[in-house]
Write a protein that binds this ligand. Structure first.
Ligand SMILES: C[S@@+](CC[C@H](N)C(=O)[O-])C[C@H]1O[C@@H](n2cnc3c(N)ncnc32)[C@H](O)[C@@H]1O
Length: 370
């Protein structure tokens, strides 16, 4: 039995069946949780996250930032708060691309895991948070690393790549008697799923997936919805933009099947059941966009297309053809840019991710243009 399983079992014995989001939260973020370690990359087998795939994603995010900065009339400071920043790779690659807004840029890495905050701080030119939140205009980019969303108000963007899928869901199952909650209970000293009637979950199931087949399950992503609301509320102008795998509707996820939307990853491959080896495997949940009500939604491939990924890939292809025989660094860089662009826009993989955006709390109605 893992250390996290012992904690969960203790809680079940004291309090009765535990909501799935509580158990998953302990499995990911408690003292012995998955993200308490030094942070394991390569969460989906051979797949990396988009920023981990190479420098190209950061180049394009830099272009997106410049677009949002211009849309906001070039504020200085221009605050970018990155939720779930992990090892800080997106900040590194974006800053290395030297976007036009760099002098105004204040980049705040928000990372819940202390181990990953340490890795981000070691990899970035980090300054005290006071310089970001209270310092004079210009002189950017200024970078800091913090544990939670800072209190605003700021003008800028809250950006998160693959954060929402790591915010634990409640699990609802449709039975003949209606929607019930899937909780964690105990059977002969082992953690098992138990179905518990719940008026609230019943209502939510009916609201989000009234046509779901009997026996199907959906996630109820209240933590993700709360995070998005908090993120919107720290901005007085700008946008919250989250990039994640998911589906347009909760009904799509019901049809995708439980194993299809609640997945585990371990040692660069798929893991076991979600209650197996708690704390030793990543647990991720596809995001049902309808529950988060974004103002705009598009596939990552289309978003990157608008930011010019195809032109960058074409230029790299030409460089590769010209220099392949020389085989110098420029040739090799060009070749890896071509394959990176293909990975980022592959609609069966990273390219199929959803880019969801919301206006700042005070700006309802305006849409992110970049
Ligand atoms: C899948 S990783 C993505 C890391 C990085 N954004 C990337 O794309 O490579 C999700 C990260 O979100 C962090 N996280 C989870 N909940 C968080 C929260 N409420 N606030 C800040 N970070 C959080 C986790 O610790 C983890 O580092």
């Amino acid at each position: 039995m893992t250390a996290v399983e012992e904690v969960v079992l203790g809680l079940v014995r004291r309090r009765g069946a535990l909501p799935a989001d509580e158990a998953i939260d302990l499995a990911l973020y408690s003292e012995h949780g998955f993200y308490a370690g030094s942070g394991r990359a390569g969460r989906r087998g051979d797949f990396l996250t988009s920023p981990e795939a190479g420098p190209l994603f950061g180049v394009l995010v830099g272009r997106a930032l410049d677009g949002w900065w211009r849309d906001l009339d070039r504020p200085d400071p221009f605050v970018v708060i990155e939720g779930g920043a992990g090892t800080g790779m997106l900040a590194r690659t974006t800053l290395a691309a030297a976007p036009g807004c760099a002098r105004a840029l204040r980049w705040v890495c928000v990372e819940r895991s202390a181990a990953l905050r340490g890795r981000a701080a070691a990899a970035l030119p980090v300054e005290p948070a006071a310089r970001v939140f209270g310092g004079p205009a210009g002189g950017g980019p200024v970078v800091t690393v913090v544990e939670d969303l800072p209190a605003g108000p700021f003008t800028g963007v809250v950006l998160a790549n693959e954060l929402l899928d790591n915010l634990p869901p409640i699990i609802a199952e449709r039975t003949v008697g209606g929607w019930v909650e899937v909780r964690v209970g105990e059977e002969r000293g082992r953690l098992v799923e138990v179905l518990v009637p719940s008026t609230e979950v019943g209502r939510a199931g009916e609201r989000w997936a009234p046509q779901a087949p009997l026996g199907s399950r959906i996630p109820l992503v209240r933590q993700a919805a709360r995070w998005v609301e908090r993120a919107r509320s720290v901005l007085d102008a700008g946008w919250v933009v989250c990039i994640d795998y998911g589906a347009a509707t909760s009904t799509d996820l019901a049809e995708r099947g439980f194993d299809g939307w609640l997945r585990t990853y371990r040692s660069h491959g798929r893991g076991g059941g979600w209650l197996d080896d708690l704390g030793l495997q990543d647990i991720t949940c596809d995001v049902p966009a309808d529950q988060l009500q974004p103002a705009a939604i598009e596939a990552q491939a289309a978003w990157l297309g608008r930011l010019g990924i195809d032109e960058l890939a074409q230029a790299a292809r030409s460089t590769w053809h010209e220099r392949a025989a020389i085989g110098d660094l420029a040739a090799l860089r060009a070749r890896s840019r071509v394959s990176e662009a293909a990975a980022l826009t592959d609609r069966a993989g990273l390219g199929g991710f959803l880019v969801l955006s919301w206006p700042a709390g005070a700006m309802s109605g305006r849409r992110a243009s970049s």
